[in-house]
Ligand binder design. Structure first.
Ligand code: SF4
Length: 203
């Protein structure tokens, strides 16, 4: 069912299915995923391309935003860890708020983990795209802000993890305040009378 966004604008979602050469297309039926994407609510344009992160691939995204007046973009490709910044920049380059982007991970979550199971990988890819489109339909434009940060750390709990974190942060040059509710630090470790491998007392 067609939906309006927070600004009262009709949603227009574009889906870009990336083949990653043979990396995704060798297992996932990208054509079938693209066809399925066309059936999803508010999807107005679907593309099935070879390398979406390449210069021609990004140009295709920019042109499609322009041509189809897209206001939400779903890139079905690899992990957002790898290319979310790339595609956010692509959206910004097309005068679209970069936070109106959603990614579906068809490579790490489908083709790589379900190699030899093309049907299952393709079904999962369709589900991931469906979820990404559903989320994209709820995205709102965001503004980036620069906020002042207090360059100090508060560590609550003086067990072994708290002590080590405090030492590491202090070594990195930060002022650290370690808070412990008991009269002494050490936590459970302090109650152990021998520790491996030296068998020394832990205190
Ligand atoms: S966007 Fe990701 S999945 Fe697509 S070609 Fe680039 S690296 Fe491969």
């Amino acid at each position: 069912m067609a939906k309006l966004d927070a600004e009262g604008e009709q949603l227009r979602v574009g889906v870009f299915v990336c083949q990653c050469g043979h990396n995704i297309a060798g297992t996932v039926d990208c054509e079938a995923v693209a066809k399925f994407s066309e059936t999803l609510d508010d999807v107005v344009a679907v593309f099935n391309n070879k390398y979406t992160c390449s210069e021609p691939g990004q140009l295709e995204v920019k042109n499609a935003i322009d041509e189809h007046n897209l206001n939400r973009v779903v890139i079905a490709s690899c992990s957002p860890r790898m290319h979310e910044p790339t595609f956010r920049a692509t959206l910004a380059g097309a005068d679209l708020n970069p936070y109106l982007l959603e990614m579906a991970n068809l490579r790490e979550h489908c083709s790589w983990v379900h190699m030899g199971e093309p049907e299952m990988a393709t079904d999962k890819a369709k589900d991931l795209v469906k979820m990404a489109v559903a989320r994209a339909r709820s995205l709102e434009a965001q503004d980036e802000m620069i906020v002042p940060i207090t360059q100090k750390a508060l560590i609550i709990g003086g067990g072994i993890a708290g002590i080590q974190s405090a030492l590491d942060l202090a070594d990195a040059g930060y002022k650290v305040c370690l808070v412990e509710k008991e009269p002494s630090i050490g936590g459970i470790m302090a109650a152990i009378d021998k520790t491996y491998p030296t068998m020394d007392c832990s205190i």
